[in-house]
Design a protein around this ligand. Structure first.
Ligand code: ADP
Ligand code: ADP
Length: 235
């Protein structure tokens, strides 16, 4: 059985000026699998990742994640259960920043463990070593380079042994020369940790260079209903 399965999922935004609908007729991701979601800016990648991160509900359809009926939990208003599932099973690598400035690097990496209730200092140390930031553990994020901070964010996303790691344009803030390396590192670390990985990117070539299979979205200009549509589908 896949780690996550979406069927007939839809989510729409209706503003005064513009309206947008995301459609995911069928999408599966296996445990430990890595995939890049590609689409231009505004194609709904963040909308999809927010839904997969259990941060926003689908309007319609079924979403099963790690054996839990996510769409059902949303329908029943079970925010407690959704938050617990997110804390234990999901790691997020933000676009940029996202580290707490008043915590040390070690404290930042250990944060996901604290939230999930699974302290594991040895894992903090091991991840820091693999990611080449051992010498930074006692420093504050402000003392680090942008590339080092992004490696801290990767370590933090994996520290609590999540089943799924989500990254929305994780190289947006790093130098183009570093971006390929960060993407490759992210993929390698998730594979080593046995975590599935979904990376949203507007640059499918970069993702492919870093060794990711790429799923491109299908975009449709607004029709008579004024609704721009974006479809992510993979059987
Ligand atoms: P991407 O991550 O691919 O750039 P997004 O998911 O951020 O795409 O946005 C998809 C579309 O939905 C865009 O047209 C955006 O303006 C719109 N959108 C995103 N979030 C909201 C929101 N909270 N309210 C209204 N419209 C939104
Ligand atoms: P604070 O900012 O509260 O002083 P610390 O950085 O001292 O926090 O530690 C936060 C958590 O990070 C600790 O509970 C421990 O699990 C982990 N940790 C701290 N230092 C190290 C280290 N050198 N190696 C591995 N893990 C560490």
């Amino acid at each position: 059985t896949p780690l996550l399965a979406l069927r007939g999922v839809a989510k729409a935004y209706r503003g005064d000026a513009a309206a947008f609908a995301l459609e995911v007729p069928e999408f599966d991701l296996l445990a430990g699998e890595a995939l890049a979601l590609a689409g231009p800016s505004g194609s709904g990648k963040s909308t999809l990742l927010m839904m997969l991160a259990l941060a926003s509900p689908p309007d319609d359809g079924e979403y099963v994640f790690a054996g839990s009926d996510v769409a059902g939990l949303w329908r029943k208003g079970r925010r407690d259960a959704l938050a617990a599932l997110r804390a234990r099973k999901i790691g997020v690598v933000p676009q940029t920043g996202g580290l707490l400035p008043y915590l040390t690097v070690a404290g930042n990496i250990a944060l996901t463990q604290r939230i999930a209730g699974c302290a594991d200092p040895a894992r903090v140390l091991g991840l820091a070593e693999e990611l080449g930031i051992s010498a930074q553990l006692r420093k504050r994020p402000a003392a680090l380079s942008v590339g080092q901070r992004q490696r801290v964010a990767i370590a933090r996303a994996l520290a609590h042994r999540p089943a799924l790691v989500l990254a929305d344009e994780p190289t947006a803030s790093v130098h183009p020369e570093l971006a390929d390396a960060v993407l490759a590192l992210l993929k390698r670390e998730c594979a080593a940790a046995g975590a599935a990985l979904l990376v949203a990117t507007h640059d499918p070539d970069r993702a492919a260079r870093a060794g990711y299979p790429v799923l491109a979205c299908e975009t449709h200009a607004p029709g008579a209903d004024g609704l721009a549509r974006s479809v992510f589908a993979r059987a």
